[in-house]
Design a binder for this molecule. Structure first.
Ligand code: C2O
Ligand code: CU
Length: 547
C-alpha cells in the first residue's frame, strides 16, 4: 500500500501538470478519466517448446475508466493501453523488480516529471504516479523503462508496451478497427539452450553472447584495447558500444509469427521494440507497402514505398490489403539486406585492422544489422468483404514553418561524437542533470536542430543512430549525405517516411538531418538520445532544458 509520503510525492509530481502555483489541485473536473495500475515484475513465460523463459513483464489493471483502456498481452510484452486525446490519465506504476525502474511514455507530450526521465525512478518496492492529459494526436506511441544504465536490459527482458491514442479525426478516417487493427511489435532476442534470454554477461542469463573464436586472431591486439580483450568484460564493453543484436526475431513476443487474415484491409501498427536492430521491411512478393502513419500518427495521405526502414523505437502504420489474394495465399514480410554492419566492416572500411570484421562481429555475427531474414508470415485464411476503401486523405497536418524558427539562419548543431569508448553529442556524454549552455531552449519558440552523423571518428564511429527527442513530435525538414556514404545510405533511404510527425530521426553513417521543433506547454529537463539503447547507455544521451 501507499505510504503517505509516496502518495504526496506522486501527487506533487502529478500536481505539477495542473500549472503554476497549483501543486495539489484536486478539483472535480480534473479527476482523471482513466486510472491504471501498471506493475513491472519478474515473471516466467513460455516462448519456446520446453523450458519457459524468465522475463520482466508489465502487468496492469484498470482502476477507473473503460475496461478496454488496457488490453493484457499473452506474451512477455506489456498490455496495450488505449486512450483518447483530451483524456486525463493517471498511472500508478509499481516497481516489483529488484532494481530501480520507471516508465517513459515514448512520443507523448507530457510534463518533464511525468516523462520517465532517468532521474525520476522508483526504487524496488516503490511507486511513482504518472498523471497527464493526452495532448497528442491519434497515433501509436509506446512505453518502456528509462533508468540510466538499465534501460537496455529492462527492455530486452520484456518491459515494453504500446500506448495507442485515438481522436475524432482518426475515427472519421474509418480505418480498419478491432481485430483488423493489428499491433506488430518487432524485436530480436537471443536464447541459450535452456530457453533463457541471453544478454550482456551481467544480464540474467549469465553470459555474454559472443563466443570464443570470434575474437580470435589478435585482431585488436596492441591497439587501443590492450591485452585484456578476450575477457567477457571486454565483450560486454564492445557490445555496449555497438548495440546488442539478437539472432531470433520475435513478433508480439513470439517466434515464427504467422498472422491469419481475411481477404480485406488491415491496419498494421509496427513498432521496432528492439535494442539495436534495424529493419528494412518488404513483402516477399514485391508488392509495395502503403504507409498511413508514422511515430506521431496518421500521414496526410497514404504513401507508397517498396520497402520501409524501421529503426529501434520508431513506429509505422501500414494499410495492408489482402482483398486481392486468394484464400490459401501465404505472404512473408522480410527484412531485406542493406549496407549495415557487414558492409561497413567489409566494404567501407577497407582492409585495415578491423576490415571485414569488427562491426559485424561486435554486433552479432549470426545476424548482423544488414542481414536478410524473414520477420513474419501472413496466411490468407478467410473470405470476407470489408466496407470502406483506403481514404485519399487521412488527416490534416498543420506544419510549422522553418522560417519562423528563432534560429532559422543558424540551426543548433548536434554532432554525434565518440571519445575513449564513449559515445557523445558534441563531445559530451550523459550527465543525469547536466544541461550545457547550448542545450537550453526557450518555451514557446520554434527551433531547427541539425543532427550530424559524420562518421569521422574511425570505424567505431560508423554506425547508424536513430536520434529520439523526448517531450514532443517534430518535423524532418531535410537530409544530406556525405558523398562517400551515399551508396550505403541509398540502401535504406527509399524506406524513410519523413513526411509525418516524428519523435525519432534515423541517421545512417555520413547522414545529417535538420528537424523543426516547437517547445510549448512544459518547461523542464528532457532527454534526447540515440534509441540504440546500448548507445544511449554508453554516452549517446543528453538533456535539453526548456526554460
Ligand atoms: Cu523510447 Cu528516451 O526513449
Ligand atoms: Cu546510436
Amino acid at each position: 500500500m501507499w505510504t503517505r509520503r509516496e502518495y504526496l510525492k506522486g501527487m506533487i509530481a502529478a500536481g505539477a501538470t495542473f500549472g503554476l502555483g497549483l501543486p495539489l489541485v484536486r478539483a472535480g473536473e480534473q479527476e482523471p478519466d482513466v486510472i491504471l495500475r501498471i506493475t513491472a515484475k519478474p515473471d516466467v513465460v513460455p516462448i519456446w517448446k520446453g523450458e519457459p523463459t524468465a522475463v520482466f513483464r508489465y502487468v496492469g489493471e484498470v482502476m477507473k475508466g473503460r475496461q478496454d483502456a488496457l488490453r493484457p498481452s499473452d506474451s512477455y510484452l506489456g498490455p496495450i493501453i488505449r486512450v483518447r486525446k483530451g483524456q486525463r490519465v493517471r498511472i500508478h506504476f509499481e516497481n516489483a523488480l529488484a532494481e530501480a525502474s520507471n516508465i517513459h511514455w515514448h512520443g507523448l507530450h507530457v510534463p518533464d516529471d511525468m516523462d520517465g526521465h532517468p532521474r525520476h525512478t522508483a526504487a524496488p518496492g516503490k511507486r511513482y504516479v504518472y498523471e497527464f492529459e493526452i495532448k497528442d494526436r491519434a497515433g501509436t506511441y509506446w512505453f518502456h523503462p528509462h533508468p540510466h544504465g538499465r534501460t537496455g536490459r529492462q527492455v530486452y527482458f520484456g518491459l515494453a508496451g504500446l500506448f495507442i491514442v485515438s481522436d475524432e479525426e482518426e475515427q472519421a478516417a474509418q480505418l480498419p478497427a478491432g481485430e483488423y487493427d493489428l499491433p506488430l511489435i518487432l524485436q530480436d532476442r537471443s536464447f541459450d539452450k535452456e530457453n533463457r534470454l541471453v544478454f550482456l554477461s551481467d544480464g540474467q542469463a549469465g553470459r555474454g553472447m559472443m563466443g570464443g573464436g570470434m575474437m580470435g586472431g589478435g585482431m585488436m591486439g596492441g591497439g587501443m584495447m590492450g591485452g585484456d580483450m578476450m575477457g567477457s568484460g571486454m565483450m560486454d564493453m564492445m557490445t555496449r558500444m555497438m548495440g546488442f543484436l539478437g539472432d531470433r526475431i520475435l513478433v508480439n513476443g513470439r517466434p515464427d509469427a504467422t498472422l491469419s487474415v481475411a481477404t480485406r484491409p488491415y491496419r498494421f501498427r509496427l513498432l521496432n521494440g528492439s535494442n539495436a536492430r534495424i529493419f528494412k521491411l518488404a513483402w516477399d512478393d514485391g508488392s509495395p507497402l502503403t504507409v498511413i502513419g508514422t511515430d506521431g500518427g496518421l500521414l496526410e495521405a497514404p504513401a507508397q514505398r517498396s520497402y520501409v526502414t524501421l529503426a529501434p523505437g520508431e513506429r509505422l502504420e501500414l494499410w495492408a490489403d489482402f482483398s486481392r489474394h486468394a484464400v490459401g495465399t501465404e505472404l512473408t514480410m522480410r527484412s531485406l539486406p542493406f549496407a549495415g554492419d557487414m558492409a561497413m566492416g567489409g566494404g567501407m572500411m577497407g582492409g585495415g585492422m578491423m576490415g571485414g570484421g569488427m562491426m559485424g562481429m561486435m554486433g552479432n555475427q549470426k545476424l548482423p544489422n544488414g542481414a536478410a531474414f524473414p520477420v513474419f508470415k501472413v496466411r490468407v485464411e478467410r473470405r470476407e468483404k470489408a466496407p470502406g476503401a483506403l481514404p485519399k486523405r487521412l488527416s490534416t497536418i498543420v506544419r510549422h514553418r522553418a522560417e519562423d524558427a528563432v534560429n532559422f539562419r543558424r540551426p543548433r548543431v548536434f554532432n554525434i561524437t565518440m571519445g575513449m569508448m564513449q559515445w557523445g553529442v558534441n563531445g559530451r556524454s550523459f550527465e543525469m542533470e547536466g544541461v550545457a549552455d547550448d542545450e537550453i531552449v526557450r518555451l514557446n519558440t520554434l527551433e531547427i536542430w541539425e543532427f550530424t552523423n559524420d562518421a569521422s571518428m574511425g570505424m567505431m564511429g560508423m554506425m547508424a543512430h536513430p536520434m529520439h527527442i523526448h517531450g514532443l513530435q517534430f518535423q524532418i525538414l531535410e537530409r544530406s549525405v556525405k558523398p562517400a556514404f551515399a551508396e550505403a545510405v541509398n540502401s535504406v533511404s527509399a524506406g524513410y517516411v519523413d513526411e509525418g510527425w516524428k519523435d525519432e530521426v534515423f541517421l545512417m553513417p555520413g547522414e545529417r538531418a535538420k528537424v523543426l521543433l516547437a517547445f510549448k506547454d512544459f518547461g523542464g529537463i528532457f532527454p534526447y538520445h540515440c534509441h540504440m539503447l546500448e548507445h544511449a547507455e554508453t554516452g549517446l544521451m543528453r538533456n535539453y532544458r526548456v526554460s
